[in-house]
Each structure stands twice: as structure tokens, then as C-alpha cells.
Design a protein around this ligand. Structure first.
Ligand code: SF4
Length: 319
């Protein structure tokens, strides 16, 4: 049983949390908040990518990540996957391959990499990802124009390189590739768009195609989810390897999210709080807290101000 003390000390780990794609998943955060090569319109991490980059470096010290992981495993970690993901693009961390090697030495729990795939054009990134058991890249567009609209990439990134990297990776990797396609009504769901995406998927040859849509809180206005029936119809066009992973059921999870979001807002109505105050006060991870704050900032219900080095969030009277 994991001690409360260890839970509180985790800076780079979150969970284990139930995941539709990976079962019980322990998340490992390998980059600082929203450091990414893309700035997707549906991103749940906030309105703008804080650092849009393709530069690989050791953003987060791997020694410290490993230290936390070892503790977690010693405390009897129960998870289906250790998932390298977090608050940005994990392949930007230059030590990704080394980290996977080290994880493999201390546990048999399979390793997954949740990536936007844009860096797979780099041989070193492919070699690092190939050490994992499952790689879950994304492809949301069938042409450059749609890619720019949805994924708003760094200037070094384009769809041709993305697909080229994914195809090269497929040739070099014997493990599982589960390709996520995020469908947004009005962006990439017209028959012509779907046909283009299908063509690219045929080239990439993933083991699974997983269709998702914006069923959870999103931080951008004008983002519309596709309904369940349309999702299923499109899944049919992709064939038997395709499944819908978006969860449309009015389930407990949504209720829980709603309740937590309300808790955050009512806390901020009482007094301005830092991110750490919110996490400690409500017992939630930084990632989760950021998601709620971004949502409220987007609809004008929460504002922020910096005092010294610390950012404080407070409720406005615009709710
Ligand atoms: S790739 Fe992921 S983290 Fe990066 S902007 Fe898109 S959704 Fe957000």
C-alpha cells in the first residue's frame, strides 16, 4: 500500500489513474508544463503552448524521475502501464531512451509512450520510443491545411514529416502502435477529410486506430465534439482495427470532474490561491488543477496575478 507521504512527494508522477486506453496507468511527466511541438486546439492543458519547441534536452532530470519511480515500485505499485506523457510532449526529453532502459531494469510493468509523433522523424527519437512496449501517437489531419488548423505546429513541423516519421517508426518497431485520431466537428470530419486521413493511416499501418473527440473540458471556445453515432459511422470506415475511445456515457467520471471543477472554483472564490495551494487543498495533481484553472480562465471565471515569483489564481465575478 502506497504511503500518503510518498503520494505527496511525487513531482513527476501522477496516478495510477484509470485510462480508457491503458487500464490503470501511472503517468510520468517528462517536460515542464505545456512544453510541446504542437499547440492543438483541443488540448486540455491550457489555452496556449507555453514553450512551443522541437529542441530536445533533459527538461526534467531523469535521475529524479527514476528516484520517484523506484519509491513507487518499492511501495507496491499496482498499474497496467507506466505511461510517459504528462504536461507536454515527452519525446522532447533527450533522456527518454535511457529512462525506459532504467525502468525495464526495475519492473516488468509495460511502458507506454503517449506522443504527438512529430519528433519521430528523428532517428534518435525512434530508437528511444522503440524501447517501449506500446507507442500511442496522434494523427488528426489528412493534409497540411487541416494540420495547421487543428495542431498549430512549430515551424519545423509539417504533416509530411509527421507521416514520414510514423512510417519509418512502423518499420523499425515490433511493438504495438495505437494511433489516435481526434475528430472535431467542422475541422476534420467531412468525408473528404476522413478519406485523406484513411490513406495516411494505411501507409502508417498502426496496430489499432483509436477515435477520440472532445468529450471532456476543453480550453478553447468553438471546439465541438462529434456525436457518438457519427463517431461509430467513421470507425466503420477505418475497418476492424478501429475503435471509438471517446466515452460518451454520462458516467461517474464526468460527475467527479464536474465536482472537482466546482471545488476549485469555490476555493478561489474564498481567497486567491497558488497552484500548490489548490493541489494541497483539494488533494489533486498539478496536471488536474491546471486543467480546471485553464477551463475557468478561458470562460472568464478565473484570473491570475503574479506576486513575486508565485502566480495566484482568483475567481472573478464573471460566472
Ligand atoms: S500534442 Fe498534446 S500536449 Fe501538445 S498541444 Fe497537442 S494535445 Fe496539447
Amino acid at each position: 500500500m502506497e504511503s500518503k507521504e510518498n503520494k505527496e512527494k511525487s513531482t513527476y508522477l501522477f496516478g495510477p489513474v484509470p485510462s480508457r486506453r491503458l487500464g490503470l496507468s501511472l503517468g510520468v511527466d517528462l517536460v515542464p508544463f505545456k512544453t510541446c511541438s504542437l499547440d492543438c486546439v483541443y488540448c486540455q492543458l491550457g489555452r496556449d503552448t507555453t514553450e512551443k519547441t522541437t529542441k530536445r534536452k533533459e527538461y526534467v532530470p531523469i535521475e529524479l524521475v527514476l528516484g520517484e519511480l523506484k519509491k513507487k515500485i518499492d511501495d507496491g505499485l499496482n498499474a497496467d502501464f507506466i505511461t510517459l506523457s504528462g504536461s507536454g510532449e515527452p519525446t522532447l526529453n533527450l533522456k527518454l531512451g535511457e529512462l525506459i532502459d532504467e525502468i525495464k531494469k526495475i519492473t516488468n510493468i509495460p511502458v507506454a509512450v503517449l506522443t504527438n509523433g512529430t519528433l519521430l522523424i528523428d532517428k534518435g527519437v525512434r530508437a528511444a520510443c522503440a524501447k517501449a512496449d506500446v507507442v500511442l501517437p496522434s494523427l488528426d489531419a489528412g493534409d497540411e491545411e487541416t494540420f495547421q488548423k487543428i495542431n498549430r505546429p512549430h515551424s519545423d513541423v509539417n504533416i509530411e514529416k509527421l507521416v514520414k516519421g510514423l512510417c519509418a517508426f512502423r518499420k523499425e518497431f515490433d511493438g504495438q502502435i495505437w494511433l489516435e485520431v481526434f475528430l472535431l466537428d467542422g475541422f476534420n470530419t467531412e468525408p473528404e477529410q476522413i478519406a485523406k486521413i484513411r490513406k495516411l493511416v494505411e501507409l502508417i499501418e498502426p496496430d489499432k486506430i483509436q477515435l477520440n473527440t472532445a468529450v471532456r473540458l476543453t480550453t478553447q471556445s468553438g471546439i465541438k465534439k462529434l456525436n457518438a453515432a457519427k463517431m461509430q459511422a467513421i470507425a466503420g470506415q477505418f475497418g476492424e482495427k478501429c475503435e471509438v475511445i471517446a466515452d460518451f456515457s454520462p458516467q461517474k467520471q464526468d460527475k467527479k470532474i464536474q465536482t472537482k471543477a466546482e471545488d476549485v472554483l469555490s476555493m478561489l472564490k474564498r481567497r486567491p490561491c497558488s497552484l500548490d495551494d489548490i493541489c494541497a487543498g483539494l488533494g489533486i495533481s498539478r496536471n488536474e488543477a491546471i486543467k480546471y484553472i485553464s477551463y475557468f480562465q478561458n470562460n472568464g471565471a478565473v484570473d491570475s496575478e503574479k506576486k513575486g515569483q508565485i502566480v495566484f489564481f482568483k475567481a472573478t465575478n464573471r460566472q
